[in-house]
Design a protein around this ligand. Structure first.
Ligand SMILES: [Zn+2]
Length: 324
């Protein structure tokens, strides 16, 4: 069974030809990437169509043997109408993506928000496999996430729900481009980590973070903080502690709200592994409302590899199958 997944990003469009075997294992047979560019939506859709043919050629598969194509969209994707209602990063507004791509490829097309597609892949083939409810939280440039219950991705009535990066964890805190102050992603995303590091650096000129950033505060990256902490820098260690506490505040809010079987953490910061997970678990064990219950939410790091950005979209068709 073949399916094509497309990750439509602000920088790149990536397509992958995915094979799903009878055990539910997904493998990527071929993938191809092009720059998103700043052309019209029609040009980008034409490029996506070409990518579908390209990955089939690369794998030696006839596109007629492909069941469908799924697309993870960086914005508000109405999966009922197949229209991308808003995608600010790529300048889209009310684009009938499903119908236009179907006209080019002849394939059935499924669309959803990219964070939802990722959450669905974790539910089907990742940490959430075998569980009824699965929460995925992505700690990247911002914070994204998705919640899947019994095969359905939660979207809210207008497909704009689950913007978990914009729950406020500090009233009157750092301003957010969304218009609020103190949003979770202003503290617990990679961007938030960098902002916290910069705040601490100003008060601590002796910190090794200065040296690692070549004396330029604008050159601080997430890695700078962890590297300085590894060198024993007490300021960097304090930044890491503050960061993990910020992750925990939002995560515990989500767990208290949803009580998922499992919560999977993904994104660049998740590569820190146990260094992030262990202190996070220690806080959650003390603060989650249901902590005295015999059953509590498991919290794990994602084990899916980088191809997941196309596997998630490629599996979107299964949401319909499961909920039918
Ligand atoms: Zn916000």
């Amino acid at each position: 069974m073949y399916s094509i997944g497309i990750d439509l990003g602000g920088t790149n469009i990536v397509a992958g030809l995915i094979r799903l075997d009878e055990n539910g294992e997904a493998s990527t047979l071929a993938s191809h990437k092009i720059k998103t560019g700043n052309g019209t939506s029609d040009e980008m859709i034409a490029n996506m169509g070409q990518l579908c043919f390209d990955v089939c050629d690369k794998a030696g598969i006839d596109i007629k043997d492909v069941k469908n194509v799924g697309i993870g969209v960086p914005g508000l994707a109405n999966k009922k109408t197949g229209v991308v209602e808003v995608a600010v990063n790529i300048g889209w507004s009310d684009v009938p993506l499903r119908d236009k791509l179907k006209a080019i490829t002849g394939l059935d097309v499924y669309i959803d928000n990219d964070a939802n597609a990722l959450a669905f892949s974790e539910y089907l083939i990742g940490g959430g496999k075998g569980y009824g409810t699965s929460l995925t939280v992505t700690l990247g440039t911002g914070i994204g996430g998705g919640f899947v219950e019994d095969g359905r991705i939660y979207t809210g009535f207008n497909y704009a729900g689950f913007e978990i990066g914009h729950i406020v964890i500090e009233r009157g805190g750092r301003p957010c481009p969304c218009g609020r102050e103190g949003c979770w992603e202003r503290y617990a995303s990679a961007t938030g980590l960098i902002m916290t590091a910069q705040d601490y650096m100003i008060d601590h000129p002796e910190s090794k973070m200065w040296e690692l950033a070549s004396g330029d505060i604008t050159k601080v990256e997430g890695k700078t903080v962890f590297d300085a902490a590894d060198l024993g820098d007490t300021t960097a260690k304090a930044v890491v502690t503050s960061y993990i506490e910020a992750v925990a505040v939002g995560l515990i809010n989500m767990i208290n709200l949803l009580q998922p079987d499992i919560c999977i953490i993904t994104g660049g910061i998740a590569r820190q592994g146990d260094r992030l997970l262990k202190p996070l678990l220690a806080i959650c064990e003390k603060e989650v409302f249901s902590r005295n219950s015999p059953h509590n939410t498991q919290i794990v790091m994602s084990k899916l590899d980088d191809h997941v950005s196309v596997i998630g979209p490629a599996l979107l068709y299964m949401e319909k199958t499961i909920t039918d």
